[in-house]
Design a protein around this ligand. Structure first.
Ligand SMILES: Nc1ncnc2c1ncn2[C@@H]1O[C@H](COP(=O)(O)OP(=O)(O)OP(=O)(O)O)[C@@H](O)[C@H]1O
Length: 354
């Protein structure tokens, strides 16, 4: 399978489901298609599977989370393995154990280990090219580690994703890169999964699409083409698409969403909207219609301070293929780790060299 493109600036949700249909592996091929702008609607069985979402205002989001006064809680250790009790792994949804990944001579990941627990909102940060997106793709099962293991709810995953292997957990990857299907309307984009894989009537799908769009703060755009939307609107449409659900099916599996730079290229206000949407689809959030979100946990790769502050609770800092720091978001700017200090301040002086 070819690698994923991450150069474009739009969110593109791809997700696994365990209820049959195409696997994530086949969905990936969509993102590899260089002709993002000329996607055509294909007959049902030729299409890849896409999963969508709905959003809302977050609870308990601090508006000034990075002010100095907020970072005096250093009581929690920054040591790498102290944020969870190793005896209590019942709630671990995803675990990477000593993961290595190289591309040719480039040794990108060099022994990465971490856990994502039920209910967590985790950010992966670190300098460019350090392997953050690679970690997401490995978690999603789009790339296989060269060495090390990925556990999904305690079950070791062998190689790349398959529907069988993913049984028990649904994982969606929302790319910063493309894309909405340009030849489809907003309604068709958001309702894509349901049109393709459910037995719902068109009217019912239209209703759900309208609800999901309303949840992300968009009204009356169903008949527009993506080319008629602003960049921020496209991201919201893509987010709406990433968590749309077939309401006729009872899913008992928790769902994890992985966001790759969801706010890249957005203005500060549009970023805030997207950050709040990410919060709102989480089980600890609620959407614009007041409904709790469905996403059990999520992981966000980001460079944006606003996104770190507003959208995640815990941070994993990746540098030169290793996790060099983990901590709660509020510990980030008071860390004594020189790598973290340099990154947080944007200083040219320090251990990180460009
Ligand atoms: N499929 C691939 N083939 C070859 N090299 C790759 C592939 N995927 C990633 N890389 C390389 O691996 C390194 C890490 O890439 P990755 O996208 O994971 O970094 P990142 O930390 O997300 O970077 P950024 O913050 O700039 O998005 C880069 O040098 C990239 O060029």
């Amino acid at each position: 399978m070819a690698s994923l493109s991450s150069s474009a600036s739009l969110l593109f949700p791809l997700a696994t489901t365990t209820n049959g249909g195409a696997s994530l592996s086949s969905a990936i091929a969509v993102s590899d298609n260089k002709a993002f702008d000329s996607f055509c609607y294909k007959p049902k069985r030729e299409q890849r599977r896409v999963v969508c979402a709905c959003m809302a205002p977050p609870r308990n989001v601090e508006s000034d989370g990075f002010s100095a006064t907020k970072f005096n809680d250093t009581s929690k250790s920054e040591n790498l393995n102290t944020l969870w009790d190793p005896e209590d792994d019942q709630d671990v949804l995803i675990e990477c154990q000593n993961v290595y990944k190289s591309f040719g001579e480039k040794h990108i990941l060099r022994g990465v280990s971490f856990k994502i627990r039920h209910g967590e909102a985790v950010g992966i940060i670190g300098p460019s090219g350090t392997g953050k997106s690679t970690v997401l793709k490995i978690i999603a099962g789009l790339l296989a580690p060269d060495k090390g293991d990925v556990y999904i709810r305690g079950r070791k995953r062998a190689g790349l994703i398959s529907d069988e292997e993913m049984s028990g957990l649904q994982i969606g990857l929302v790319f910063q890169s493309a894309a909405l299907f340009d030849s489809l309307t907003v309604r068709e984009n958001v309702g894509f999964l349901l049109y393709e894989n459910s037995n719902m009537s068109e009217d019912k799908i239209s209703d759900i699409v309208r609800e999901n769009l309303a949840a992300v703060g968009l009204k009356g755009v169903e008949d527009r083409l993506p080319s008629e939307l602003s960049g921020g609107m496209k991201k919201r449409v893509a987010l709406a698409r990433s968590i749309i659900f077939d309401t006729t099916k009872e899913s008992i599996d928790p769902e994890v969403l992985l966001y790759d730079e969801p706010t890249a290229g957005l203005d500060p206000i549009a970023s805030t909207v997207v950050e709040d949407l990410i919060r709102s689809v989480h089980i600890k959030g609620e959407d614009a219609l007041g409904k709790p979100g469905n996403i059990a946990s999520y992981v966000v790769v980001t460079h944006q301070h606003s996104t770190i502050r507003r959208a995640v609770d815990r941070l994993i800092f990746l540098y030169e293929g290793k996790i060099v720091w983990q901590g709660m978001t509020h510990e980030f700017t008071t860390s004594t780790n020189p790598i973290v200090q340099q990154f947080a301040s944007g200083s040219l002086e320090g251990p990180i060299r460009y």
